[in-house]
Design a binder for this molecule. Structure first.
Ligand code: DX5
Ligand code: ZN
Length: 219
């Protein structure tokens, strides 16, 4: 599995050091949680912050837009240096058009599903995306408990992606640690977002390697 550390629970007064920390731990990409205070009951950061941290690492930026109208800022996120742009299926922007704009701007388009949204809702977009992000907690806050009832959704997405012969990653986000990462890898996930578990780990490098070893030989 690839590991995409979420910096949502980091110390924002030391952002540059925290990026260096996840890079040292062995991150494959960096997960950036953008919240607008409308789509989710919390606010975080946006394009100006992403633009400032872009020169600090070569790792791809996996940007998760918890926004009601992501289409209004797609160009700004491309300019700020986003590599993967995750749009929620439950948002109020036109999904197909927004994904096409992401692709035209050179980013990898991705769709994200809240826990209440069925796998089938993503099926019409699988040909347009490079990644599907399955929320394994209600979006809005780090440090929540993994929802094991999302495992059948991961399996359904993986089955449909493989049936259609597509090269689409399945990413999981929320309450991921080495144990829950292993469950999601067995269900077909290939990228794990890890927030609080990594920042609280006694040995972050060892934790990252445990997550990265998940699913090997199993898929
Ligand atoms: C939740 C965010 C997650 C979160 C993950 O809305 O999308 O990326 O920061 O944090 P943990 O790993 O602590 O659940
Ligand atoms: Zn996220």
């Amino acid at each position: 599995m690839k590991i995409s550390p979420s910096i949502l629970t980091c110390d924002f007064s030391r952002l540059a050091e925290e990026i260096a920390f996840v890079e040292r731990a062995g991150a494959d990409m960096v997960h950036l949680d953008v919240m607008d205070g409308v789509f989710v009951p919390n606010l975080s950061f946006g394009p100006p912050v992403i633009e400032r941290i872009r020169p600090l690492t070569k790792l791809p930026f996996d940007v998760h837009l918890m926004m009601q109208y992501p289409d209004r800022l797609v160009d700004a996120f491309a300019k700020a240096g986003a590599d993967i742009l995750n749009i929620h299926l439950e948002c109020a922007s036109p999904i197909g058009e927004t994904l096409a704009r992401c692709r035209a701007l050179g980013m990898t388009p991705a769709v994200t599903l809240k826990p209440g949204t069925p796998a089938q809702a993503a099926f019409p977009y699988l040909d347009m995306v490079g990644l599907v992000l399955v929320m394994t907690v209600e979006p809005g806050f780090g440090g929540q408990k993994f929802m094991a009832d999302m495992l059948p959704k991961i399996q359904a997405l993986r089955a449909e992606i493989d049936r259609r012969g597509l090269a689409v990653e399945v990413e999981v986000d929320g309450g991921i640690n080495p144990e829950t990462a292993a469950l999601t890898a067995s269900a077909g996930a290939t990228v794990a977002v890890v927030g609080s578990a990594l920042f609280n780990a006694a040995d972050p490098g060892a934790l990252a390697r445990q997550v990265q070893a998940c699913g090997k030989g199993n898929r």
